[in-house]
Every structure is written in structure tokens, then in C-alpha cells.
Design a protein around this ligand. Structure first.
Ligand SMILES: Nc1ncnc2c1ncn2[C@@H]1O[C@H](COP(=O)(O)OP(=O)(O)OP(=O)(O)O)[C@@H](O)[C@H]1O
Ligand SMILES: [Mg+2]
Length: 371
């Protein structure tokens, strides 16, 4: 549906986007994720036609909408897009109905008034705001404004919906609820969507596909599960929630055997690992098991593969989960366990690294401080 090829965009001497390529399947919610300043909005604006790129090509369906080589640029209003930005830009002097009708009335569609009414009410129904059609726009909550902005973005039946941090103005609780709702509304409408966010939970919960960007480049692309569970670098692992990044030396790249400061680990090997580069082991706190030595069913001399004796240094009870700082041979690691289990500070534990749950990745940012 959408293909972006080698997209480049500079502002003066700042290279905001440095050769980004991806393709988006029809009907997917496709997310550009990354820290502030990594080039998400710039990429989206280039797709929208609100910025002119410096290089590359953008295709929508069969149409080329930008090509540096062919010196081709289709203006924004000819790209059949819907957009919602962080500030919803709901016009305060108009009713909800007039806000949503605006693109149809002023977008050169010349539809009869009855058709406008039907389409506006359909869009409002899709976002469950049809009962609010006659209400003045200022009398709406943040979440309601967000829905009206979405209705206005889809009322002219765009081929592509572009959303730039549409939830970041909402308070935390509403944002949680709107994540699920927004995904359901978009899926019900069936519109291919590019979603921009710097929030990894938002990206994981809403997307069919995620592109993780850093400093104008793509670091990794994949499904939410892939990005979370199979990071290809320490950058991805670190950005996608909390991870232990354990400095290590590669012993056997085929078998995934590494030597760490506390002993040998057998791990999964990330796709595209460069065995000649610096590596580390990425392990989520939830992937680490803690057992009492007495229950572990093994002698301290031989605990078995990926198991080590450690000591709990800190315990933080968070309700849904308990976080612990565990030390093995001077190496500190974050582990988490269920609130229905009980481990105390200073307790000796057998620390179990599930073999399929540790991943050897290239330490591309030297986050782990390995040599
Ligand atoms: N109009 C502009 N003029 C000059 N530099 C710009 C302009 N817009 C963006 N930049 C720069 O380009 C880079 C990428 O910006 P962009 O807005 O795409 O980041 P972003 O990933 O959307 O970040 P955020 O999460 O903060 O919105 C940044 O270094 C930014 O300062
Ligand atoms: Mg932005």
C-alpha cells in the first residue's frame, strides 16, 4: 500500500532522516517508534507531502507521490490522506458536526448537503460521538476531542491515515483506555495507518508492525513480539522496556555460548549478529527465575545450565510485580517475580536464566560498558 525508499530529509546541516526504507501492508497499523528527535515526525510529514524530501521515493498504491530521481512531488491535498496531530486542532467556534464536515465542505468534493450529513454522522458513529454532533466543540473532554479529530480525519475516506502522537495530550488513565479503543476504531474503519509515538507501550499494544528509529535511521523492524522478544541490538533491547545488558565474550556463535563475569551462558543468537563486534546478553527482568536453593533440587556444586547462585540485594514491591536486584559474583541484575512469591533482601537464591530467554546481541551502543 505504502512504500518508502531511501528517504532523506535535511534541515540545513541537520540530517533528520538518513535513508529510511519500509513498506506498509494494506489495512495495517504501522508504527514509527523512537526517542525524541529521531526523525519520526519528519518521516510522517514527508509521507503527508507537508515537507519536501531531499532524496528517495514514496509510493502509495500504484502512484508515485514523491521521487527525487524523477523530480516528482504530488502536493498534500492530492494524496488522499487523513491526519491527526498531537494538538487536535479542533476549531472552537464550530460545533462537533461542523468540525467533522469541514474537509468535505471545503476540500473540493462538492457533495450534496444530504450526503455530507450522512458521511459526517457515519464518521461520528464510528468514534461513538454521534450523540454529540450539535455540541459546541469547546464543551468536550480531551478524549472526546481526540475522537472528533479522528472522525474529521477519516470523513473523506482517505487511503492512508497519519497519526502523530495522537494520545500524548491525554492523561495517563484515558491514554490507556484510548489505546485499545483507537486500535479498534481504526481496524473497524479498515484504513491503513501510520502511527508515530515515542511510547513503547503504545507501540507494542497498537501496532501490527513497528519500525524502531534512532538518529534518522531504522534500527529494527518487525512485529511487536519480535521487537520485544528478539532484539537485534542493545539499542533495541534497551529502548523496548527494561533489560539487563550483560557484558560478555562470544565463545561459540553457532551454539550461542558466551562467557560473562559470573560464568558461562547459553543463549539465543539474534538475527544478523556480527560475531566480530562487541556483544552482550540481553535478558528481561521477567525472564530471570529465582528459586530457593533448598527447592532447586540440585547441589550447589552443579546447578545445571544457565543457573547460578546469587544474593538478593534489593526488593521493591510494585503490586502487579515485585522487582529485585540480584547479585551474582559482583554482577548486579534486575529480576522480577510474582507478588505471590516471597523473596527477601539478603536471601541466597538460585538464579535461572531460561535458555530461550537470553539473547546474544551486538552491543552497538556499548551500553553494557563492555570493552
Ligand atoms: N523545521 C525544522 N527545522 C530544523 N530542524 C528540524 C525541523 N524539524 C525537525 N528538525 C530536526 O530534525 C530532527 C528530527 O526531528 P523530528 O521532529 O522528526 O523528530 P521526532 O522523532 O518526531 O521527535 P519527537 O518525538 O520529539 O516529536 C531533530 O533533530 C529536529 O531538531
Ligand atoms: Mg515528533
Amino acid at each position: 500500500m505504502l512504500e518508502v525508499e531511501e528517504l532523506v530529509k535535511s534541515y540545513g546541516s541537520v540530517q533528520a532522516v538518513k535513508g529510511v526504507s519500509f513498506s506498509v501492508r494494506t489495512g495495517d497499523i504501522f508504527t514509527l517508534l523512537g526517542p525524541s528527535g529521531c526523525g519520526k515526525t519528519t518521516t510522517l510529514q514527508c509521507i503527508a507531502g507537508l515537507e519536501t524530501p531531499n532524496g528517495g521515493e514514496i509510493r502509495m498504491g500504484d502512484a508515485v507521490v514523491y521521487s527525487a530521481r524523477r523530480k516528482l512531488f504530488v502536493p498534500a491535498n492530492k494524496r488522499r490522506l487523513g491526519m491527526v496531530f498531537q494538538s487536535y486542532a479542533i476549531w472552537p467556534h464550530m460545533s462537533v458536526f461542523d468540525n467533522v464536515a469541514f474537509p468535505l465542505v471545503h476540500g473540493g468534493y462538492s457533495l450534496p448537503a444530504a450526503d455530507v450529513r450522512a458521511r459526517v454522522m457515519e464518521a461520528l458513529a464510528a468514534v461513538k460521538m454521534d450523540a454529540f454532533a450539535d455540541r459546541p466543540a469547546p464543551h468536550l473532554s480531551g478524549g472526546q476531542q481526540q475522537r472528533v479529530a479522528l472522525a474529521r480525519a477519516v470523513v473523506h475516506q482517505p487511503k492512508l491515515l497519519l497519526l502523530d502522537e495522537p494520545l500524548s495530550n491525554l492523561d495517563a488513565k484515558l491514554r490507556d483506555a484510548m489505546r485499545v479503543e483507537l486500535r479498534q476504531m481504526i481496524k473497524a474503519l479498515g484504513i491503513t495507518t501510520i502511527f508515530v509515538t515515542h511510547d513503547q507501550v503504545e507501540a507494542l499494544s497498537m501496532s501490527d508492525s513497528i519500525v524502531l528509529m534512532e538518529a534518522g535511521r531504522i534500527v529494527q523492524m518487525g512485529s511487536p513480539r519480535d521487537i520485544y522478544l528478539a532484539p537485534q541490538s542493545s539499542v533495541t533491547s534497551d529502548f523496548m522496556g527494561r533489560s539487563n545488558l550483560i557484558p560478555a565474550r562470544l565463545i561459540d556463535a553457532e551454539a550461542g555460548v558466551v562467557e560473562t563475569g559470573f560464568g558461562r551462558l547459553t543463549c539465543k543468537v539474534s538475527k544478523g549478529l556480527d560475531p566480530s563486534g562487541a556483544i552482550c546478553v540481553a535478558v528481561r527482568p521477567a525472564a530471570i527465575g529465582l528459586e530457593r536453593p533448598a527447592d532447586a533440587g540440585a547441589s550447589a556444586a552443579d546447578l545445571g545450565e544457565n543457573r547460578f547462585l546469587g544474593r538478593i540485594r534489593e526488593v521493591t514491591f510494585l503490586g502487579d510485580v515485585v522487582e529485585a536486584l540480584v547479585e551474582i559474583d559482583g554482577v548486579a541484575l534486575r529480576a522480577s517475580f510474582s507478588p505471590y512469591e516471597d523473596h527477601a533482601v539478603d536471601e541466597e537464591v538460585v538464579v535461572d536464566f531460561g535458555r530461550g530467554r537470553c539473547v546474544v546481541v551486538n552491543d552497538d551502543k556499548n551500553l553494557s560498558g563492555a570493552a
